[in-house]
Design a protein around this ligand. Structure first.
Ligand SMILES: [Fe+2]
Length: 224
């Protein structure tokens, strides 16, 4: 766990080595996310440089999933070694076993809360609706959706597609949350009452009271 007043950076979804084809050099993540690179090598070079422009040797860097794609361990290692900082992985759906074996500064995790200069930040590759400490002002940084998922409350995508292909500090992420998330202060997705599907004779997952007004409800409900 980082100590107070350390420089901490966040990023996700580099998708290094994703795609590229002799006939279609932009195939893969470049095309899919409309990244401004001619080919995978150009993307790699740019993102390593962008990383090293903000990260120092001792910087704690949290990569929130989908670091690299494919089975070329040597190529992954080469990219990893060029990137400065003490790198930590919150693994995503594209992480293969060999990616997990790169020289991460801590054991790769599915989810992890970072203490960043007095703030608590719950990291998970996937955007979650209710995270640890949410009602105590804790934040949630995620990846996976490549800037395509509207954010809520104290949560935000830290993927490189949303941040100029570079890692970002919590101050900047939180400033964007305040500016973009109209429910920054009010986001509270949980209801006051406990929704008991069995007691309400409803199939699990079909719990919204207003849906009882839906003509389809009667057809869907499972009578016990
Ligand atoms: Fe991704």
């Amino acid at each position: 766990m980082p100590q107070m007043n350390e420089d901490i950076l966040y990023c996700a979804d580099h998708h290094f080595l994703h795609g590229g084809h002799p006939d279609r050099p932009r195939a893969g993540v470049i095309e899919w996310c409309n990244r401004p690179f001619a080919n995978i090598d150009e993307m790699t070079e740019f993102m390593i440089e962008a990383h090293n422009a903000v990260a120092e040797r001792g910087t704690e860097v949290y990569i929130v999933g989908d670091f690299a794609i494919g089975k070329d361990f040597k190529a992954k290692q080469k990219i990893f070694d060029k990137m400065k900082g003490r790198k930590h992985l919150i693994y995503g759906n594209h992480e293969k076993n060999d990616t997990m074996r790169l020289g991460w500064s801590s054991e790769p995790k599915f989810m992890h809360t970072v203490e960043d200069n007095g703030r608590h930040i719950a990291l998970c590759h996937y955007a979650i609706r209710s995270w640890p400490g949410m009602y105590r002002g804790h934040y949630h940084f995620y990846g996976h959706t490549h800037g395509r998922l509207p954010s809520h409350g104290r949560s935000m995508d830290v993927g490189v597609d949303s941040w100029g292909y570079a890692p970002v500090r919590a101050d900047d992420v939180i400033a964007r949350m305040i500016e973009w998330n109209s429910d920054f202060e009010t986001y509270a997705p949980e209801r006051k009452e406990i929704i008991d599907c069995a007691e309400n004779n409803m199939p699990p997952g079909f719990y919204l009271p207003e849906l009882r007004e839906d003509p389809a409800y009667e057809a869907l409900v499972v009578r016990r």
